[in-house]
Design a binder for this molecule. Structure first.
Ligand code: OOG
Ligand code: NI
Length: 287
């Protein structure tokens, strides 16, 4: 197995443990005779740290990827880059949080997380056991689980920060490349199938994000929730991972568009938003 295949296999294993819905959907398509192709996987991290994009990027380039484009999400305080591979249809999307623009309370929590990550990365045991075998991007949480109080402090300002504090470096979603589906090569049909099967979809900005003129249209499920056992609060439901579906269109030169669409990505990030997840499973009307 190539290093790249082994990397994606590990990412899928980690993902499937906390994303039962993605496993179900994967099987649904396999039962329909589909051979699934991944359009991209995405990662989240903290800027200005030993796990910032600049550092993770070296590993991505070493896997044979090249940087394609960069994006900014000012309201969410995120920067992102995407990478493409000459021999793989699976793109890599990495975003990082400009955590220094959060409140002092959140900054202190993240500073502590970053210090722990630095210590973990420097420990000889980690160097031997993990670092050389697999990219840091699949290292998981390099720090202690935060307290639920800290998780909530982060969540009140940045759902992204809260999610990352619990899950660490791992794929936060896989994405089915809809163009390669034989029975439903149109995203609208994929969406209809998922809705018919009762999967809650991310409705921020509309279920289907983007238009053919953007050269990329996307939809995603709302993330699964997982029970996490916090020292200060016991078992709590936390959003884990979601599954995405992407259909791409040809550019003027006849090649499929490979990049992302910032307006759509901004909404896709909300697939792990706990408020929306809870909202989609209750009939509470908040307005
Ligand atoms: C990434 C959200 C953006 C896309 O396809 O636009 C994205 C995230 O949730 O971390 O994946
Ligand atoms: Ni995505």
């Amino acid at each position: 197995m190539s290093v790249l295949d082994a990397f994606f296999t590990k990412l899928w294993q980690q993902y499937s443990v906390i994303s039962p819905q993605a496993v179900d959907i994967h099987q649904l398509f396999e039962r329909r005779g589909e051979e699934l192709v991944n359009d991209h996987v995405a990662f989240r991290t903290f800027a200005d740290s030993h796990i910032g994009i600049d550092i993770l990027e070296d590993e991505v380039l070493a896997l044979g990827y090249r940087h394609l484009d960069s994006y900014q999400f000012d309201v969410k305080k995120l920067d992102a880059r995407c990478y493409v591979h000459a021999n793989s249809p699976t793109k890599i999307f990495i975003s990082e949080l400009r955590w220094q623009s959060l409140s002092d309370a959140s900054q202190a929590i993240i500073q502590d997380i970053i210090e722990q990550a630095k210590a973990t990365l420097k420990s000889p045991l980690f160097e031997q056991s993990s670092r050389e075998l697999m990219p840091l991007l699949s290292a998981g949480r390099l720090w202690q689980l935060p307290s639920y109080a800290d998780y909530q402090t982060l969540a009140s300002e940045s759902e992204y920060a809260a999610w990352l504090s619990v899950w660490g470096l791992r794929a936060n979603h896989f994405t089915i490349f809809v163009n390669h589906l034989k029975s439903t090569p149109e995203l609208t049909d994929v969406v209809a199938l998922l809705q018919q099967q009762g999967y809650p979809l991310n409705e921020a900005g509309g279920v289907i994000k983007g238009a053919p003129s953007d050269l990329l249209i996307q939809a995603s499920t709302m993330a699964d929730t997982c029970i996490v056992n916090f020292n200060d609060a016991g078992e709590q439901a936390i959003s884990s991972c979601y599954y995405e579906f992407a259909q791409r269109f040809n550019q003027e030169n006849g090649a499929l568009y490979q990049g992302f669409v910032p307006m759509s990505a901004d909404k896709i990030f909300e697939s792990t938003n706990m408020k929306s997840i809870l909202g989609s499973t209750t009939s509470d009307n908040e307005n």
